[in-house]
Design a protein around this ligand. Structure first.
Ligand code: KG4
Ligand code: ZN
Length: 339
């Protein structure tokens, strides 16, 4: 097949991401996304109220080749056109990661292509390097996903420094657990967001944990416990009527903590730009509040499209652009890492 025409780096990267419950493959050409295929397993995990690692890994095995094929087709490229391959190597569910890594190794070895092993969180940061309007470092990046919550100082394209992170649950994990408790389904973030639209965010006084603490770390487990107590104190007959208020108040507390820490980081540094990453960055309330903070501080805000916030492989290809891939056959001995 002919190489894709048009401006770009002239170097095609095929990227694969299977760290959790989305099977993803993408082709990027410099900052241009030529294809970005995401096959969500959410429906498979919904009845369990969360991701079941073994189910995720088995489903990745079944569909990863088809997802890679679709990404190449959408990009109008063949495997022979790809210059290098990129894959998420850590962190994530170990069985799920191994499927992506084995697939990437196999494809790279068959074509004698180099392979880049990418840190998933670097991927979330690197979503901001993609078109349209690629963001240039330095910037402050708030990453909030199902597995992580952290403030990253991004001073170069090839990595970041963690300024603060969650001491217990991640923001997305808290939303997922709250959603389960309220009977709203999985994934929890979007379900809570929909339900909260009809509720009063001031109805329940949930704690804004860590906001009096001088550091930049986060904590969401106390908030989760506060919701458990609030629900337990309600008579069963009232839960239905108060669900939207609970969802709205919980969402406001999660967003309140995230934005309080972001604002503190802004006040103590000399940042000109802010970016968001991770699935929770798709949340409209968070986006709105961060925009208001950036406005107030006279700082530029970069918001990527929602499908680049949640897990995808284009962000992995974007991160790989700035890493040295390992040549064949060096990567054949690579392991994945859950941590
Ligand atoms: O980045 P991501 O897709 O996967 C991980 O790396 O974990 O993030 C998934 C998390 C889930 O907890 C999900 O509930 C949350 O992001 N999420 C949202 C929204 N969309 C996804 N949270 C709040 N509002 C949303 N619209
Ligand atoms: Zn993620």
């Amino acid at each position: 097949m002919a190489r894709v025409a048009g401006p770009g780096s002239g170097r095609l990267i095929l990227a694969i991401e299977t760290s959790c419950d989305d099977t993803c493959a993408a082709v990027v050409d410099g900052p241009r996304v030529l294809s970005n295929v995401i096959s969500s397993q959410a429906a498979l995990h919904e009845r369990f109220g969360g991701v079941v690692p073994e189910v995720a890994a088995r489903h990745h095995v079944e569909i990863v080749n088809g997802v890679v094929r679709a990404a190449l087709d959408d990009a109008g490229a063949g495997l022979e056109d790809v210059d290098s391959i990129a894959v998420t190597r850590r962190p994530g569910l170990i069985g799920a990661l191994l499927i992506g890594l084995s697939t990437a190794k196999g494809l790279a070895a068959a074509g004698r292509r180099p392979l880049a092993g990418v840190d998933h969180l670097h991927g979330h940061v690197a979503a901001n390097f993609l078109e349209p309007d690629p963001l240039e470092p330095p910037f402050l990046c708030l990453i909030a996903s199902g597995g992580h919550t952290l403030l990253a100082a991004v001073r170069s394209h090839d990595g970041f420094e963690t300024l603060g992170q969650t001491l217990d649950d991640a923001a997305g994990e808290a939303l997922d657990k709250a959603s389960r408790l309220l009977g709203l389904g999985y994934p929890g973030g979007p379900a809570i967001e929909r339900c909260a639209a009809d509720g009063n965010p001031g109805a329940f006084d949930f704690p804004l944990a860590m906001t009096r603490d001088p550091g930049l770390d986060f904590s969401f487990s106390g908030l989760k416990t506060a919701l458990v107590y609030a629900v337990a104190e309600l008579p069963d007959s009232e839960l239905g009527a108060r669900r939207a208020d609970l969802a709205a108040s919980f969402q406001a507390a999660v967003v309140g903590q995230l934005t309080a820490k972001l604002e503190r980081a802004l006040a103590t540094g000399d940042w000109r730009a802010v970016a968001l990453g991770g699935g929770v960055a798709a949340n409209a309330l968070l986006r709105e509040h961060v925009a208001e903070i950036c406005d107030r501080h006279g700082v530029a805000l970069k918001l990527v499209a929602r499908e680049l916030c949640t897990d995808n492989a284009a962000m992995i290809g974007s991160a790989a652009r700035f890493l040295d891939p390992a040549p064949y056959p060096e990567y054949l001995s690579w392991d994945a890492s859950s941590g």
